[in-house]
Design a protein. Structure first.
Length: 339
């Protein structure tokens, strides 16, 4: 790609952006039963594989060790890669400087496209500019909705974390919560900060922020437990990632607290916990869809010049609430590791 074709230099007509969005939506609808061939019976998912020349896409995230949320993102990305004849290279590091180095590695490998999360956008600004200068299209996913355009990305797939937080706060009002603690597992992560801020904006009760070390689950448990023992008036523990919700349930039991647990994000373990009443509800941002659309979007751009939203608007994949009213329908997909 020459630099003149980058979205900062020229815009496609609105009908092209609309066509791209429609194509992406159709691609996303066909993906619910996919995954890696070796893991999810991907033979069916790869039916109708693209005949276009193979391209290489690097997916670089801020995944922390043990965070199973990203397994779902990867499955979505791999399903799209299998369909689109794409070689997918995945790498991750929760340290923003290290993540920037991984993006640089992708540039050095001369990949055809890069999909990147922007949990700490300032640390990635320089290396993304280098990718653009090298003629490599870059799309964003999951984190960084407020910064992707300023960084010159082609498109963005994810959830507006502020909107999700505000919706969460309203949900807490509906269930009668009065004192909620928002558990942040990674300080400085802009998306997590926006979630808590959005919640606090709309929640009519008291909001407290509790920082924990998300890479050390025993420490997470002990920190939440101590907080609940310190303040017995806390009636809701809000976790910002699916793996932390069951730990919060354990903390509630250990502290002898009457607090309930609700969370952002979803996985197959949580659907059972919601059905059992251990967790009240979850906000699903559809990470499988984020991974799928990021890879498919780069393929569409390379092979047909499409980009969703015309470089002006993101593609939103959430928020959607999962509770006892709809968890049974969602659980069949979560069991496959795709929700």
């Amino acid at each position: 790609m020459d630099r003149s074709s980058h979205p900062r230099s020229r815009r496609v007509a609105p009908f092209v952006a609309a066509a791209a969005a429609a194509a992406l939506a159709l691609a996303g609808c066909s993906s619910s039963s996919g995954g890696k061939k070796s893991e999810e019976g991907g033979a069916d998912a790869s039916a109708g594989k693209a005949s276009t020349p193979q391209m290489t896409v690097a997916l670089v995230t801020h995944q922390a060790p043990g965070d199973t949320f990203w397994d779902i993102v990867r499955k979505g990305a791999q399903t799209a890669a299998d369909k689109d004849n794409v070689k997918l290279i995945y790498s991750a590091d929760p340290n923003a400087g290290n993540q920037a180095n991984l993006v640089q590695n992708a540039i050095d490998q001369k990949v055809d496209g890069i999909a990147v999360t922007l949990a700490k956008p300032d640390a990635l600004k320089g290396v993304i500019a280098k990718a653009t200068a090298a003629g490599i299209p870059v799309v964003g996913l999951n984190s960084g909705l407020s910064d992707w355009k300023d960084l010159g990305l082609l498109e963005f797939f994810g959830q507006d974390e502020t909107v999700a937080g505000e919706a969460f706060g309203k949900k807490l009002n509906e269930v009668g919560a009065k004192n909620a603690v928002c558990v942040v597992q990674e300080q400085g992560n802009i998306g997590l900060t926006q979630r808590c801020a959005g919640l606090e904006k709309t929640f009519e009760g008291k909001t407290q922020v509790l920082n924990v070390n998300g890479t050390d689950m025993p420490s997470v448990k002990s920190t939440i437990t101590a907080k609940l023992k310190q303040d017995s008036s806390i009636d809701y523990v809000v976790t910002l990632g699916a793996p932390f919700a069951p730990t919060a349930v354990q903390s509630v039991e250990e502290a002898g607290s009457k607090a309930k647990v609700a969370t952002f994000d979803l996985n197959k373990e949580l659907t059972g916990a919601i059905q059992d009443g251990d967790i009240q509800f979850a906000v699903d941002q559809q990470p499988y869809l984020q991974g799928y659309l990021a890879v498919d979007g780069l393929w569409l751009y390379k092979n047909n010049g499409n980009y969703s939203g015309g470089g002006e608007q993101p593609v939103l994949t959430g928020p959607a609430f999962v509770d006892k009213s709809n968890v049974e329908a969602v659980s069949q997909f979560a069991a496959k590791g795709t929700r």
